[in-house]
Ligand binder design. Structure first.
Ligand SMILES: C[S@@+](CC[C@H](N)C(=O)[O-])C[C@H]1O[C@@H](n2cnc3c(N)ncnc32)[C@H](O)[C@@H]1O
Length: 278
């Protein structure tokens, strides 16, 4: 039994990942490599845990590179993940479970990654520490969580989300679809070479801060829903996340990115961090 405070999380992600099965192979591969700081060849033969696998886009990529993957998710996103990884069913297993009470053996996995998940739990640090236990000595852990922004941006985001949280998930899903042209417009305005137009884009962005500017309209709708609708969205600093790694007994703790942190302009600002279990 999961804590009822996670009911909206289950409802949202069950809907989101079954409605938006957005496989974008080139982007998914690049994202997984960036966030784990690994090469495709390094996945072969590894035992991998995808903590909060959603619809399984990264589990599919890791399995395609020869890893044996356990994908775990709280919600019915697990159904989509099962379908998506069916081609690799001999070495992918999908499990429904809660990172706050993970039904997983300790000290077994060569690589544990969790992309955009801990920040959607009621207790990100505890979820991290639970996942960290499943890494074998010498194994690697890689995570991505939303990054804390300046106080003014944090206030704008909190105001937007305070309104969104009063609205039902299905309604927000419709609004997210309707907002797709707004995201496209912001993108065009903010890329203008004319300063006045670019500033107009920035002003529109402040009013619609969670509306995604991803170039692909389907991904844009999905990302917008993912920004406004979750019950929990916490923001973290590099220092805080590095402390979680240290507390869990990791070394070589580092941000794996070298300047390029996004596949597309306008994607969420995040903390990337990897570490090796001592
Ligand atoms: C933003 S989605 C990211 C999914 C996937 N990592 C990806 O990037 O495609 C967050 C996922 O975390 C899952 N999640 C949230 N809280 C969880 C928990 N306590 N235990 C396991 N999964 C959880 C949600 O069900 C959802 O699928």
């Amino acid at each position: 039994m999961t804590n009822p405070v996670q009911n909206r999380t289950k409802r949202l992600y069950g809907l989101q990942w079954n409605r938006y099965r957005i496989v974008r192979t080139v982007e998914d591969q690049a994202t997984l490599l960036l966030k784990t700081a690994m090469s495709p060849g390094e996945f072969a033969g590894k035992l991998v845990l995808d903590g909060g696998c959603g619809m399984g886009r990264y589990a599919r990529v890791a399995a395609g590179w020869g890893a044996s993957v356990l994908g775990m998710d709280l919600s019915e996103a697990a159904i989509a993940a099962q379908d998506l990884t069916a081609d690799h069913s001999s070495h992918v297993q999908i499990l429904r479970g809660d990172l706050l009470r993970p039904p997983i053996a300790e000290g077994r996995f060569d690589l544990v990654y969790s992309i955009g998940v801990l920040d959607h739990t009621p207790d990100p640090r505890q979820a991290f520490l639970n996942l960290a236990k499943s890494v074998r000595p010498g194994g690697r852990m890689a995570i991505w969580v939303y990054q804390k922004q300046s106080p003014i941006v944090e206030r704008i985001m909190a105001a937007h989300r305070a309104i969104a949280l009063r609205l039902p998930v299905h309604f927000l899903e419709r609004l997210s679809r309707l907002s797709v042209p707004v995201g496209g417009l912001k993108r065009r305005l903010m890329n203008s070479q004319f300063r006045l137009i670019e500033r107009l884009g920035v002003a529109l962005h402040a009013l619609t801060i969670g509306v995604s500017m991803h170039p692909d309209p389907e991904v844009r709708a999905c990302d917008t829903l993912d920004w406004y609708a979750p019950r929990f969205v916490s923001h973290h600093t590099h220092e805080e996340v590095a402390n979680w790694f240290a507390e869990a007994g990791f070394h070589d703790i580092a941000d794996p990115t070298t300047g390029q942190t996004h596949f597309h302009q306008g994607q969420g600002q995040g903390v990337h961090m990897i570490g090796t279990k001592t």
